[in-house]
Design a protein around this ligand. Structure first.
Ligand code: SAM
Length: 313
């Protein structure tokens, strides 16, 4: 296997917020190259437990190798973190002391051309984090209607040219039979967005690729479910930390945290609470924590990263 290249984002900030301790049980929902995972194991030595999730068998294999020195302090689960409650129950775990979600894809996934995540190299249009299940990006662009494609590209890519891109996709698949490769999709996008509207430092296909990746992997649905599952599983004083990379993810994190911190779900117009809901968590980050200039200079992925954390009451 190629070297698993991925630089962990904001390691010190994440560790300070998660604050692992000896004897604790921690979930890394997005194990990837296990950079954060290893830090959690070190900080919870000598007997803290790490349960690492990844949907990508290649990431999990690399993590297994890297974390071998920690022996049975680490458990590996090849699954979506959204279903962590069920996976943990199978391991006999019903409460945890912390969890970390470092969202999106790893640099390794982006750099492995044949996974189809990158608009820079020609490859089959796949984009599945778990390459053995579910529809590929090619399935979506070839099978969805123009309206459905436009909705995905607009909502998940926040792309103002979504409608035009969708109609170019439909036109290309009518002319060529099917769109099978990343660069065919790039051509559609470049054709659809007028040259004068290309942004200076952002590749015109960035938003469309982000949108399809989110749809293929149901990334926002997983985040919503996984975050709630993680907070439910936290023991009192346990902490959840999330690193997000775009506004759609950050909005979900903020809203789920707020829901647990407010407790009360009464409509605002009621003069007083009738639901009796009590706060179940405390938000530790009023504003999200962002990377410093030094880290951004060394790791461009850190530029858009936002860290938020919550503590169970
Ligand atoms: C940004 S990387 C994590 C990097 C890791 N924190 C490190 O320090 O090396 C994200 C990883 O999470 C995995 N992933 C993303 N969403 C997932 C999900 N819903 N369930 C399980 N794994 C997921 C991806 O396959 C990828 O390997």
């Amino acid at each position: 296997m190629a070297e698993f290249g991925h630089r962990s984002v904001m390691p010190a900030e994440v560790l300070a917020l998660l604050s692992p301790r000896a004897g604790g049980v921690y979930v890394d929902g997005t194990l990837g190259g296990a950079g954060h995972g290893r830090m959690i194991l070190e900080a919870s030595a000598p007997d803290g437990i790490l349960i690492g999730f990844d949907r990508d068998p290649e990431a999990l294999a690399a993590a297994r190798e890297r974390l071998a020195p920690y022996g049975n302090r680490v458990k590996f689960v090849r699954s979506n973190y959204a279903t962590m409650a069920e996976s943990l129950a199978e391991l006999g775990v019903d409460a945890i002391d912390g969890f970390l979600l470092d969202l999106g894809v790893s640099s390794h996934q982006l750099d492995t051309a044949e996974r189809g995540f990158s608009f820079q190299v020609d490859a089959p249009l796949d984009m599945r984090m778990d390459p053995e299940s579910g529809a590929t990006a090619a399935d979506l662009v070839n099978e969805l209607s123009s309206d459905e494609l436009a909705r995905i590209i607009r909502e998940y890519g926040e792309e103002r040219w979504a409608k035009r891109i969708a109609s170019f996709i439909v036109k290309m698949r009518e002319e060529h039979g099917a769109i099978e490769s990343t660069l065919q999709l790039v051509d559609c996008v470049k054709g659809a967005i007028p040259r004068g509207a290309w942004e200076e430092r952002i590749h015109p296909a960035t938003r469309t690729f982000q949108a399809l990746r989110i749809a293929v992997n149901d990334e926002l649905g997983s985040l919503e479910r996984g975050l709630a599952a993680g907070i439910e599983l936290l023991a009192t004083g346990g902490r959840g930390v999330v690193i997000s990379f775009h506004s759609l993810e950050d909005r979900i994190v903020k809203n789920v945290f707020r829901r647990y911190a407010q407790g009360c779900t009464c409509p605002k117009m009621l003069p007083r609470c009738v639901c009796g809901g009590k706060p179940r968590a405390r938000v530790l980050t009023g504003k999200p924590v962002m990377a410093g200039a030094d880290e951004i200079a060394e790791n461009s992925r850190a530029r858009s990263a936002k860290v938020r954390a919550v503590e169970k009451l």
